[in-house]
Design a protein around this ligand. Structure first.
Ligand SMILES: [Zn+2]
Length: 381
């Protein structure tokens, strides 16, 4: 079992065949079926689906209307259906944004922080401009995602071309509409499987199987699911680990860590007593910095040393940040590790494609993740 580029790409491609894996679509069900099969084929035992019920969200179409023109937009989760919210267009740098539809930029802070700040400042809504063009075709990109606002406040994303049009109309009345939809009582699934240990101890590995709707979402996060499959095969084919290694492919991550939250709620003792929570999310991407985030210094040192030996200069990012599946487990009490190459400006766009992944570099990240996993799975508790 080699932790090499072709092996990792093969495992990743299986989930990509499903296409975008948006919650609430048939592809979500298909993706869980594929992961069940991949987990079983990898040699995991007791592979199961764990259902959870929540209010999922569907984007639908959206638009910004100003000066008689209608521009296409993408709603950001959890924007509600908008029959038409009207306000004067403003810039986020304006002193007073009360009741304004504010044009924000992706070049600034995160979409979640922007939405929170603008809502607190009394804005009627946000139109966030994705300041990015595709590396290959040069076309403008729209970045979608969740705002973490926690309320259904109007937030839309537009591409840079639309953004330029809108900025020419600051001070004029604009109307935002969205055909987004809330799927009340929607059922999603986590897929769980084990490589049983010969002794006590538990390591939990998480990677989300869902994605946004604009692309097959290779780096975010079919790659993480592929890495889980490869690591499970290596454990199953090699020496039996001391600790049980539990693999949890989560659903609903993109809309606020729903699967991880559900898992922790269903298994509070176990989720809070893992010796390592290893989260795989954007473990590699075509651009950015390899950031090692860890709750234990020994994992930080091991990961940075392993990365250096692979020719990757990583940086110590401190404790894993709360934007991915690690966070509910950390709150429950388990120390976490999350490393990936972050800063890619094409994530959550139509450009997150398998062909953009760098197989050998992604495999180097996989070997870093494996070193940390193995240090606990085979090590004394
Ligand atoms: Zn992700």
């Amino acid at each position: 079992m080699e932790l090499d580029g072709p092996t990792l790409m093969d495992a990743t491609a299986e989930l990509l065949d499903v296409g975008p894996r948006l919650v609430g679509t048939p592809a979500e069900v298909e993706a869980t079926d594929v992961v069940v099969r991949l987990f079983q084929d990898a040699g995991m035992q007791d592979v199961r689906r764990e259902a959870f019920v929540w209010d999922a969200w569907q984007p639908g179409t959206a638009a910004v209307e100003v000066a008689g023109a209608r521009y296409p937009a993408e709603p950001l989760s959890p924007t509600p259906p908008l029959a038409g919210v009207t306000g004067l267009l403003a810039l986020e740098t304006d002193a007073d944004v009360t009741d304004r539809i504010v044009i924000a930029t992706s070049a600034g802070t995160s979409r979640g922080a922007q939405a929170l700040l603008l809502r607190a400042a009394g804005a009627a809504g946000m139109v966030r401009v994705s300041e990015r063009h595709d590396d290959e075709d040069g076309g403008p990109l729209v970045e979608v995602g969740h705002t973490f606002v926690g309320v259904r406040w109007p937030s839309l994303a537009v591409d840079a071309d639309v953004g330029a049009e809108l900025r020419a109309h600051v001070g004029e009345p604009a109307t935002v509409t969205a055909a987004s939809e809330v799927l009340e009582g929607h059922t999603s699934w986590n897929v769980v499987g084990d490589i049983p240990g010969t002794g006590p101890g538990l390591v939990i590995v998480t990677a989300h199987l869902d994605s946004w709707h604009l692309s097959e979402s290779a780096a975010d996060n079919a790659l993480g699911v592929g890495a889980m499959v490869v690591m499970a095969r290596k454990l199953a084919e090699g020496a039996w680990p001391t600790a049980t290694v539990r693999f949890v492919a989560t659903g609903g991550e993109e809309q606020g860590l729903q699967g991880a939250l559900a898992y922790v709620q269903a298994h509070p003792v176990e989720a809070g007593s893992a010796q390592l929570l290893l989260n795989l999310d954007v473990m590699w991407s075509p651009e950015g910095t390899f950031v090692v985030m860890s709750d234990e210094d020994r994992w930080t040192d091991l990961a940075l040393d392993t990365a250096r030996a692979e020719g990757i200069q990583g940086v110590d990012g401190g404790s894993p940040n709360p934007s991915s599946d690690n966070f509910p487990f950390q709150i429950a009490g388990s120390p976490a590790f999350w490393a990936g190459r972050f800063g890619w400006r094409e994530y959550h766009t139509r450009s997150d494609l398998l062909e953009r992944l760098e197989p050998e570099e992604a495999a180097a990240s996989l070997r870093v993740q494996w070193a940390v996993l193995a240090s606990e799975a085979y090590g004394p508790r």
